[in-house]
Write a protein that binds this ligand. Sequence first.
Ligand code: HEM
Length: 150
Amino acid sequence: MDSLYNILKSAHSGWRYVVLALLVIALIQALVGWFGNKNYTESNRKLNVFTLISAHIQFLIGIGLYVQSPFTSGPTSEALYRYWKMEHLAIMIIAIILITIGNSKSKKAATAVAKHKAIAIFFGIALILIIASIAMMVKNDPSRTFFGIS
Ligand code: HEM
């Protein structure tokens, strides 16, 4: 049987595409709603909540992986270990917090446009951070590729 580490690694590696796809679609939907002055529909709300849940699932798998991975126990003076010990963790957690704040701000906002705007801004910044962190991963860890699944 595969080790827990390998299972978590494959799950975390593949799940990124679920998070990224939902984030991109939710962002487009929010921008269209914001600039097109559209209603905030139940299906808009659901997509945003699914995006939030997918990010929280990625966070939980990430914690399990952080404990198991050999990449989180090397010297911080080396770029490879620094990335996996600190940078990946910090940037991804900030992105997930932004997704969480965006959702809650959109829930509390009074108008449809304000709801779309909160999602567009917070999900947009989160998406940029996640893409930047994956780009840093490729730079600091030559064994990884941008679109590869382990
Ligand atoms: C939206 C959030 C996140 C995304 C998109 C993401 C994405 C990724 C990707 C693409 C990899 C490389 C997988 C591969 O090489 O195939 C990875 C590895 C890893 N992630 Fe994340 N991650 C996220 C959040 C987190 C969080 C919050 C943690 C820790 C709490 C974490 C811990 C790790 C660890 C330890 C590895 C290295 C696994 C290994 O190869 O040993 N990730 N992540």
